[in-house]
Design a protein around this ligand. Structure first.
Ligand SMILES: Nc1ncnc2c1ncn2[C@@H]1O[C@H](COP(=O)(O)OP(=O)(O)OP(=O)(O)O)[C@@H](O)[C@H]1O
Ligand SMILES: [Mg+2]
Length: 255
């Protein structure tokens, strides 16, 4: 599975989801985690920070002859390699957008690498702009997330429509394999209403909800996703179950 975690809205728990799903999937086979957000939060979730653009995805986007393997950080955690981002990804993407190379850029960069991995997990920025599209074009599956914020439900519908449009344009063959609650506030009315509203649609709502947990921000500080630091906690258990659900859904739609 090449899974892009996307949302049209920022701050909805994508990076925490991508980091923990990557760790969960690495229990089954080698995983490459790719940070396609200039904010470079996915790398930071593991304590990996590129010192310069040369040491990151930005360099690979800028120079098609660059060696992708030289930029990949190997065995960041057991079974998991990481391709970090850097703030200069913003300028690299803006340049490629003017020359027409942005849409296929991430797919091109990953091509020599993907054969070495069972799964690839791509974290994206909270928008449906050019870099997010480039990540989706490198993926075969998309996961989007919501929280108890009603705006995040609207965002889910936007991602679904955007993906459909890009499939029509033949920019990607990726399929929406899941809509997951990344921050489930079980006592909140808003959370129940948002989940209820999505339940009434034909979107592929995943059963597992990731509970609101202080362990998630703490794990970012500790540079160790919660699936690694507290693997039996309820929040880690939810990420592990979601990885299974996403994988099953991806296998079903790709059959
Ligand atoms: N299940 C959770 N429980 C509590 N806090 C959470 C949970 N998931 C994410 N968070 C926190 O919410 C904030 C936003 O999460 P995250 O950075 O993963 O969102 P994002 O969608 O990647 O944001 P951006 O769009 O800026 O990239 C972070 O402080 C994170 O620690
Ligand atoms: Mg993020």
């Amino acid at each position: 599975m090449r899974l892009a975690v996307c949302s049209s809205k920022g701050g909805v728990g994508k990076t925490a989801m991508a980091a923990n799903l990557a760790v969960a999937l690495a229990r089954r086979g080698r995983v490459l985690a790719v940070d396609v957000d200039p904010q470079d939060s996915l790398g930071r979730a593991f304590g990996v920070v590129a010192k310069s653009g040369d040491d990151s995805l930005a360099a690979l986007l800028e120079d098609p002859s660059a060696d992708a393997r030289a930029v990949v950080r190997h065995d960041v955690t057991p079974g998991l390699d990481l391709l970090p981002s850097h703030p200069s990804l913003e300028t690299a993407a803006a340049h490629l957008a003017t020359t027409g190379g942005l849409v296929t850029s991430v797919r091109r960069v990953l091509r020599p690498l993907v054969g070495e991995y069972e799964h690839v997990v791509l974290d994206t920025r909270g928008d449906l702009g050019g870099l997010t599209l480039a990540a989706i074009c490198a993926a075969d599956a998309v996961l989007t997330v919501f929280t108890s914020d009603p705006g995040s439900a609207v965002g889910v519908a936007r991602v679904a429509a955007f993906l459909e449009q890009q499939r029509t344009y033949e920019n990607t063959s990726a399929v929406l394999v899941g809509v997951a609650c990344a921050v489930w506030d079980q006592h909140g009315r808003a959370a129940r209403e948002v989940a209820g509203a999505l339940d009434g649609t034909d979107l592929p709502l995943l059963q597992t909800r990731v509970p609101l947990s202080r362990r998630v921000p703490t794990s970012t500080l500790a540079k160790r996703p919660v699936v690694l630091s507290h693997p039996t906690s309820p929040v880690a258990t939810a990420y592990l179950a979601l990885a299974d659900e996403a994988l099953t859904a991806a296998e079903r739609v790709q059959r």
